[in-house]
Design a protein around this ligand. Sequence first.
Ligand code: AMP
Length: 424
Amino acid sequence: MATFKTVRGMRDLLAGDAEAMTFVMDKARETAQLYGYSEVITPVIEPYELLSAKSGEEIRSRMFTFKDLGNRTVALRPEFTSSIARLASTSLKNEPKPLRTFSVGSVYRYDEPQRGRYREFYQADFELIGTSNPVADAEMILLTDRLMKAVGLRDYAFKLGHIGIIRGILSQENVDEKTQNAILQHMDKKEFDDAFKLIKSEECLSTLRGSLELKSDDVFKTAEGIKSHVEGYCKAADSAEELKNVLKLVTEGGCPIQSVEPVFARGLEYYTGMIFEVYIPELDIALGGGGRYDKLVELFGGEPTPATGVAHGLDRIVLAMQIQKTTPTRERPKIVAVVPVNEALKGEALRISQILRAAGVRVELEVMGRKMNKALEDADRRKVDFAVIVGERELKQGAVAVRDLAKREQTIVKIADLTKTFKI
Ligand code: AMP
């Protein structure tokens, strides 16, 4: 039989990598609890139609799409928001608002594999549904800030914009939605010349080109500058005002924004309001991003329901932690190896292991049938703290030998006192 490799773009996360990933997942879950987001678990496979409705051509073309055996066209989720909008328009329709949901898991996109870009990757997703208040948008950035700090990142920066600025200008110039989407997709990839080629109106072009020049180091000045620059376009001007409000609230909430982008787009098509991303200076790909999407729940048959959200790329957060050399500070539990001196005492060793585990002690039972010396050597190699040696002589007195592997000391301990020995 041939040997197998993982499918291109798919990875095995082994010991250290898996631990780093679950550490970040734990921190995301902790953040969800702190901010009042309830966890929901949705399917990895969803109807293609749901996932493709508003994700945008870029993601749509990269979805893992197939027919199931019942001839349904389905796809692996490329993100969580569509599933949550489905919930908000169906099972959670009558829940009191605001609705705060948290999800974590794998998502799938047929991206070109490279550092920080995989075909199966992990996201933590936060959605806040039922309000258009900018304070909800500010919450997305503040909880992202919390997560970055909780995983130990020191140097990271937020980029803030508003999709309504460009869309406002284009709509007023009668650019149809499809062309708008194509323009935004180019802008997302910083292909400004390709984006501008799709615009016919000279006035529109000069406004957009001028916007690119507006960036200054003072983010409040940039936000104010955008507002006066787009004065002639009323929807764009309203959007610029909203952007200013979010910027003010986030700053008041104690999180500085490093850059306000006059011309900023994100891959997903459903955004209607503020959008943002978080970066570290060492990587030119975002660790997370999100924004407001006020029309999606309605599109899926729900009531008109404003909403905002964020998705964090957990693989990239792990990468950022490695780059910035932050070490997860998870407390390592004491490890106890239980070793019977001979095969006949296997059952006794099992019984004692169960007593310890019931008291919360981490026990690794000797299962290889090794001789005592070999078993202790192996315990040393695996950085085990204590060995519980189960022998006939001690058992007759209701006791076992406990060996401290670091100190190389051995004592006889009554089984009834064992859990105390490991300070539980
Ligand atoms: P999006 O759902 O496009 O807003 O992406 C949210 C986050 O997911 C991004 O900021 C990245 O951190 C992460 N992400 C997106 N695509 C990939 C990928 N192919 N591999 C790894 N992480 C990704």
